[in-house]
Write a protein that binds this ligand. Structure first.
Ligand code: AMP
Length: 178
């Protein structure tokens, strides 16, 4: 678990915006973290500490998963792989379709960047319903790799996202929970 001091600082920094982008959503704005380089470094150190020695590569989910994911990978001295929304990466790509509240979406990664047998950390800023993260994990498994860990800054406990990740038998970590 993260140090209480870090949790408190983040609680004071992350802004809650009610009814954005649609009524009923409590949007967690992490952008104030980037106004404070020292706090950013503490967040990275905490996430790196969770994954040290446990993964061969980091996959970040577009786009806020890149903000911390690349720094985590660099500190761990392992590759970073982009998971993007459909149509942004040039071919060849591997795709995974998943359901949204209304309709569906597709995420993709460049074929061959995740290697068979690798232990992967999937990172995103926030775990909500877990739909996007679950699709990212399926993308990892399609390439013969294993999801060893999931990490997030924030977990939203009422949305039960963690349950969607149970089947991957991976460690799940978030610094703070709402
Ligand atoms: P989900 O697939 O439902 O777990 O959604 C995860 C993605 O949606 C994350 O990449 C978040 O960046 C974004 N997201 C979902 N809910 C919120 C929220 N309440 N505040 C900020 N970002 C959110």
């Amino acid at each position: 678990m993260a140090a209480q001091k870090l949790i408190k600082k983040l609680e004071e920094t992350i802004e809650n915006i009610p009814d954005f982008p649609i009524p009923g959503i409590q949007f967690k704005d992490i952008s104030p973290i980037f106004l404070n380089p020292g706090l950013y470094e503490e967040v990275i150190a905490d996430l790196v500490n969770f994954s040290k020695g446990k993964v061969d590569a980091v996959c970040g989910i577009e786009s806020r998963g890149y903000l911390f994911g690349i720094a985590i990978a660099v500190a761990l001295e392992v590759p970073f792989i982009l998971i993007r929304k459909a149509g942004k990466l040039p071919p060849p790509v591997i795709s995974e379709k998943y359901d949204l509240e209304y309709g569906s979406a597709i995420i993709e990664t460049r074929e061959g960047q995740i290697k068979p047998g690798e232990r992967i950390l999937i990172h995103d800023d926030l775990l909500a319903t877990g739909g996007t993260t679950e699709a990212a994990a399926k993308l990892v498994e399609k390439q013969g790799a294993t999801v060893a860990q999931f990490s997030f800054l924030i977990g939203l406990k009422d949305l039960n996202g963690k349950e969607k990740l149970d089947k991957f038998n991976a460690e799940v970590y978030h610094i703070l929970e709402y």
